[in-house]
Design a protein around this ligand. Sequence first.
Ligand SMILES: [Zn+2]
Length: 128
Amino acid sequence: MSDPAIDDRAVAPAVMRGLGGRCPACGQARLFGRFLKPAATCPGCGQDWSHQCADDFPAYLVIIVLGHLLLPIVIEVNHLFAPAMGVQMLLWPLLAATLALLLIQPAKGAVIAFQWARRMHGFGAPRP
Ligand SMILES: [Zn+2]
């Protein structure tokens, strides 16, 4: 059964706005004040983002995605080109770090958006 108190916040649009770094509630303002620190409140709709509790989950998501993305590429590049070990020692860590930096903010935005949409942690309606 669905709970109407939870279902009034659509998950997919909120997560898409969070992936783009926009406020999951209104989509009008930036979610992050700094690289990985959400703004205290949304200047567009006033949503309080201090309730977010993403913790390490965005990093776990990035590790899982990058692991599944990079490992086949590393294997295939080694199979096709057999680059020198020195090249690989420079290439793969740089590529992994660059991709991780590119993915971590969208991952955190998506996690915060999901928490908001499902009313997790302090995002729930006040109890009567
Ligand atoms: Zn907003």
